[in-house]
Design a protein around this ligand. Structure first.
Ligand code: 5GP
Length: 183
């Protein structure tokens, strides 16, 4: 598995350090509201969300939403579909969307507009990774909590997959192009 990677972009220690910092910042920001509902975007958010939640020293709730991804391709189709909705009514709740990565921004723009319509008390965005160079010029996303800006490369690990593999790597790495060039 490790041999399929060209480089390690963010190692385990840097990930954990940044997650602790984000957790502390979120805890400080939400301490006054008395409410925090973390909404994870499956499946890529899994590792990040679980580690982050453990670093937020406040009572909180968690729910998950699933949105169609790229399937087995590494390029966004621009077509976004809701695969699994929330179990929670978010009206009046303080909602924090937890994403693994923002690329074109299309997925998050769709999700934000869907959740906004349900009248949450507040709606903020936390993403582990962001590729600023890749943002669709039509899409404006303001990220409230950001782990790392990364260059334009297809990354895997720490929840992020390629064709459902590599999610269990404890670091973020760049796949060798020959691994996905067949698709
Ligand atoms: P966007 O709609 O912002 O273009 O894409 C967001 C989604 O695409 C992410 O939630 C993730 O599922 C997938 N994605 C974008 N870039 C990468 C990447 O470098 N690696 C992986 N594994 N998934 C990515």
């Amino acid at each position: 598995m490790h041999n399929d990677l060209a480089t390690v972009l963010i190692d385990d220690a840097r990930l954990q350090q940044r997650v602790r910092e984000l957790g502390a910042q979120i805890a400080a920001d939400y301490a006054e509201t008395g409410d925090l509902l973390m909404v994870g975007v499956l499946k890529g958010c899994a590792m990040f969300m679980m580690d982050l939640a453990r670093c937020i020293d406040l009572p909180l709730a968690m729910d998950f939403i699933a949105i169609s991804s790229y399937g087995q391709s590494t390029e966004s189709s621009g077509v976004v579909r809701l695969l699994k909705d929330l179990d929670t009514d978010i009206a009046g709740r303080h909602v924090l969307i937890v994403e693994d990565i923002i690329d074109s921004g299309l997925t998050l723009a769709y999700l934000r507009s869907q959740l906004d319509r349900r009248n949450p008390a507040s709606l903020r965005i936390c993403t582990l990774l962001n590729k600023p160079e890749r943002r669709d010029p039509e899409v404006s996303i303001s990220v409230d909590y950001l782990g790392f800006d990364i260059p334009n490369a297809f990354v895997v690990g720490y929840g992020l997959d390629y064709a459902e593999r590599y999610r269990n790597l404890p670091y973020i790495g760049v796949l060798k192009p020959e691994i996905y060039s067949g698709h």
